[in-house]
Ligand binder design. Structure first.
Ligand code: 13P
Length: 349
């Protein structure tokens, strides 16, 4: 199956009332782990690469690996997404390669660190939407600013500094025509999100629910959604790691989000933890081993297990065969003739 439009994947998820995990990749083993999980659970999936991943793996290596995944798994709809594009050029180069979706993170300036103004965000996102939609490519925008730093991208902080203003979210969706909207509700990238199990004082599910009420048909995106399970932290620490106690986003909060318009859930850290724990275990238990396959295979399996679990928890499991992929050219025509709407339905302010 060719790579699928993320818009189609999210529209289908909205119809079915489920969420779709978007898993970050940097190398072959991570892509294989995702495909193992998608195959096992019969899930459509979003694979995403940050700018850092594209640089690490070199664009063409990574993209050819995704194409191989699509060719080897024709029954799985896969959208290939640029995570946190920092500029028009980053998004355009992903589209040129064949990515079917891009995030223009205009919440930050091009340096990927300094919060941008609302008007700057609208302007750059609108420009990417015009360019991408002409080519049938999906666009995710961000309003509000997430906490933490991932791959050098991020404003830092706890995530509470720039919580999304629901009125701005509506205006942003109306003026940009984005297909999916990432909002800031107190989550942050990385392992250190919360110092205890999060409650409403640090994880603003009420803001998310309010935005969903105002924009009932807009696909919402939750970034920084790793759950940072204690079991994965423990494996790392048991085998010589030094993670400080930390809490992520509980799966039940994500499920509450899914009941309130969340269609894309970004997960990277949980997979990083699973891989690192598995490798540390082999190194600690079998210091005589030196064939990379001896530790990359368990690492790949550990990640596949986490991804499969999330796919079931997000509800995407079992939905791979629900629909036929629409060719990207037809998606482009849909944007042009208005059958694929880019005008959000606004319920009330
Ligand atoms: P985590 O660090 O919580 O996995 O978040 C990843 C993410 O949001 C990528 O954009």
């Amino acid at each position: 199956m060719p790579l699928v439009s993320m818009r189609q994947l999210l529209d289908e998820a909205a119809k079915g009332g489920y969420g779709v995990g978007a898993f970050n990749v940097n190398d072959m083993e991570q892509i294989q782990a995702i495909m193992m999980a998608a195959k096992e659970t019969k899930s459509p999936v979003i694979v995403q690469a940050s700018r850092g991943a594209r640089k690490f793996a070199e664009d063409l290596y990574l993209f050819r690996l995704i194409q191989a995944a699509a060719e080897l798994n024709p029954e799985i709809p896969i959208a290939m997404h640029q995570d946190h594009g920092n500029s028009f050029e980053t998004c355009a180069s992903a589209i040129e390669l064949g990515y079917t979706s891009v995030m223009m993170d205009g919440s930050l300036k091009e340096d990927g660190k300094t919060p941008a103004t609302f008007e700057e965000n609208v302007e750059i996102t609108r420009r990417v939407v015009d360019y991408a939609h002409e080519r049938g490519v999906t666009v995710e925008g961000e309003i509000g600013v997430l906490g933490g730093v991932e791959d050098g991208h991020g404003a830092g902080g706890s995530g509470l500094e720039h919580i999304t203003d629901p009125d701005q979210a509506v205006e942003f969706a109306e003026r940009t025509g984005v297909d999916a909207l990432a909002i800031a509700i107190g989550t942050s990238h990385g392992a250190y999100k919360f110092t205890k199990k999060p409650d409403g004082s640090v994880l603003k599910m009420d803001v998310l629910i309010k935005i969903h009420k105002m924009l009932p048909n807009t696909h919402l995106v939750m970034h920084g959604s790793s759950s940072v399970p204690k079991e994965l932290q423990d494996i790392i620490n048991q085998y010589g790691g030094r993670l400080k106690p930390t809490w992520g986003v509980p799966v039940e909060e994500i499920q509450l989000g899914i009941r309130n318009g969340v269609r894309k859930i970004n997960v990277d850290t949980d997979n990083r933890l699973a891989i690192t724990g598995a490798i540390r275990k082999v190194f600690a238990e079998s210091p005589d081993k030196f064939d990379p396959r001896d530790y990359l295979k368990p690492a790949r399996e550990a990640m596949a297990k986490v991804v499969a679990e999330r796919m079931k928890q997000f509800g995407q499991a079992g939905h791979a065969g629900d629909y036929q992929p629409i060719p990207i050219e037809a998606i482009a025509r849909g944007y042009k003739d208005g059958t694929l709407s880019t005008k959000p339905q606004v319920a009330s302010r």
